[in-house]
Every structure is written in structure tokens, then in C-alpha cells.
Ligand binder design. Structure first.
Ligand code: AMP
Ligand code: ZN
Length: 139
């Protein structure tokens, strides 16, 4: 896609620090890392949403992301890693070429996910599950 910055990084038209490449995926350092080593794994084919990425490529992204996570732990002596993907602006997606974040984490790295835990009303969880399952059957 002509105006996509991540397509341009794959093509070598703008700089990116490559970590890994194969036939389906490309991985490079995030320019604004949560922690040093924060890496993005992207499909070589342009997809805005994770939902349109072919299964083999999506599987490769997850596998490569996990392998990079282990490499981050070994190379940077960190304790753990997060895999994160934002699909859509409301979820925090800024670059519209789907990407999996691999974020090295340390016990005392000072970063916290702003994670909340709501409560379901009686019966609400079952109703919501039924709605979701009905839509899963459409495709
Ligand atoms: P998201 O908010 O999930 O869309 O994440 C987009 C990520 O892309 C951010 O973490 C940015 O720091 C990163 N990013 C944007 N432009 C570049 C670039 N030219 N090279 C590397 N990472 C980038
Ligand atoms: Zn793209």
C-alpha cells in the first residue's frame, strides 16, 4: 500500500531496524518503545485489521512474536514479555497496518497496564456469550 509507513519499512524506503524476516512476516524495533527492545511483528502483505490476515501468516506472527519475546528475555535480561495487538482506533491502533507488539517487561520497569475489572449483572454474561457465539457462526 503506497502511503503505509510499515509497507515502506518492509520495502526499505524508510529506515527501520530489522530484527527478523521470513516469507510471511517482518519484525523491527518500535521507534517509541515502552521498554528498550520493544519490537513490532507485521505481515508482509498489507492488512489493516488482524481479522483479514490469512491463518498461516497470523500463526507465524504469533510464533515469531513469542520467539522474539524469549530472545528479549535472554538478550536483555528482562523477566517477561507482553504480546499486544490493537485492532481499530478505539482500541489504540494508530498505524493502520496490523502489527503485534512484543514488549520486554521487568518486575520494576515502572509500566502498568491500566486494566479494569467490571462485574456482570445476573444473567448478563450468558446473554452476551450467546450473542457472540451467534455471530461467530455467521462466517
Ligand atoms: P499502535 O498504537 O498499536 O498502532 O502502535 C503503533 C506503533 O508504531 C507505536 O508504538 C509507534 O511507536 C510505532 N511506530 C510508528 N512509526 C514507526 C516507525 N517509523 N518505525 C518504528 N515504529 C514506529
Ligand atoms: Zn502497510
Amino acid at each position: 500500500m503506497a502511503e503505509c509507513i510499515f509497507c515502506k519499512i518492509i520495502a526499505g524506503e524508510i529506515p527501520g531496524i530489522k530484527i527478523y524476516e521470513d516469507d510471511l512476516v517482518f519484525a523491527f524495533l518500535d521507534i517509541g518503545p515502552i521498554n528498550p527492545g520493544h519490537t513490532l511483528v507485521i505481515p508482509k502483505e498489507h492488512h489493516q485489521s488482524s481479522s483479514t490476515i490469512p491463518e498461516a501468516t497470523a500463526g507465524r506472527m504469533f510464533k515469531v512474536g513469542s520467539r522474539i519475546g524469549v530472545a528479549l528475555k535472554r538478550a536483555l535480561d528482562c523477566d517477561a514479555f507482553n504480546l499486544h495487538l490493537a485492532d481499530g482506533s478505539a482500541a489504540g491502533q494508530v498505524v493502520m497496518h496490523a502489527h503485534l507488539h512484543v514488549i520486554p517487561r521487568g518486575v520494576e520497569d515502572g509500566f502498568r497496564w491500566n486494566w479494569r475489572q467490571l462485574k456482570y449483572q445476573d444473567g448478563e454474561a450468558g446473554e452476551i456469550a450467546e450473542k457472540i457465539i451467534a455471530k461467530l457462526k455467521v462466517d
